[in-house]
Unconditional design. Sequence first.
Length: 448
Amino acid sequence: MSIDALPKNNKHMTNAQLFERAQKSIPGGVNSPVRAFRAVGGTPRFIASAHGAYMVDAEGQRYIDYIGSWGPMILGHGHPAVLEAVQKAATEGFSFGAPTEREIELAEEILSLVPSMEQLRLVSSGTEAAMSALRLARGATGRSKIIKFEGCYHGHADALLVKAGSGLATFGHPTSAGVPAEVVQHTLVLEYNNVAQLEEAFALHGQGSGKSSNEGIACVMIEPIAGNMNFVRASVPFMKRLRELCTQHGTLLVFDEVMTGFRVALGSAQSLYAKAIPGFEPDLSVFGKVIGGGMPLAAFGGKRAVMELLAPLGPVYQAGTLSGNPVATACGLATLREIRKPGFFEALTASTRTLLDGILASAKEAGVPMVGDCEGGMFGFFFASELPQNYSAVMATDKERFNRFFHAMLDRGVYFAPALYEAGFVSGAHTAADLKATADAALQALRG
Ligand code: KE4
């Protein structure tokens, strides 16, 4: 469907009127903070409908969509096979609170694509999956300490809302009100891609350090490609050393692939590191977004010996009324069955590369310093001269320029993520014409 064929939207309220009305009944007018455009300024667009690679807002403005619901919409909006599966599932029942065959089918589908996992459990959000994986890692090791990295986001579970402490040896501080210091006292926050800090943290707090009571670190949780820093790769040397230190100290390596899962490669980011590092695999993995196809569904998994510590078999409790929801599993299963078809990922990867090359070529022609990177259907760009390798470098890039570019593109019908620290996403529905239109708009916007 071409963008001009999209249904016109004749709703009576403008985006600004809807935003004003929304703020009366919903805090900040949104149900998730990043949607409020506070990082880029301006009025958020209230989306009325979406089709293929496009979204239409309340005023009938049509956009080429590079958010894709922050990753899930890898097929584009309203893919016929997914729509049909969801409609059929809905007629069979929305939720039972009892097991279904389709949960088994989805689990088997995911496990067939992620060889590091032998079992998984379905939940309803990435936050829930990461929180559960963290509890499982602590239950499995009997340890409390964990390591995360500045700039990585793992959802809003209390223990993970942490910023770096004053020094390496000190533990994190809450990034949110309402999180007691005691809850984050066991969370160490290190600099992404910093091998020296890894070495020091394990020397100080690893097993056998002798320097603390409940010795050892339960887990290290990491975004293998940090999409919450826009697009920053964990270097192979860094990841190799992280794996070695975790193995040496009996610490579980938890890959948060909520964003990268089935998005950067059919085998997710871990398949990329397995190619670069012989025998590499994480101990636990967290998924979301793509595996739900736009419906509330996420998962976490690992080897059977660890997963069977979960209730009702083991002592680690975890539960959910809508976990494995029949309609959501239909959506996720249909999505995965489409993206694993031969040629899908090759085409998606080529589209994303074409998009990024086009934008960077426009920046070069306009004489604007811009760098970017992409993998599979995920990309990021920065107004800088070299690719940032950690959070502080990302935050040192030209934010004002980014925000001006964001709005200039939005005004030209191109919807990027409304924050310089967020990644972008291409779908199987984006056409060559969309990618060229985006590069052309970028040239106009950057010359403006
Ligand atoms: P959810 O609870 O939002 O489903 O997933 C949390 C989460 C966990 N891990 C990673 C790597 C994630 O990227 C996320 C959520 N990502 C954000 C985008 N940066 C979702 C958008 C939002 O918060 O509205």
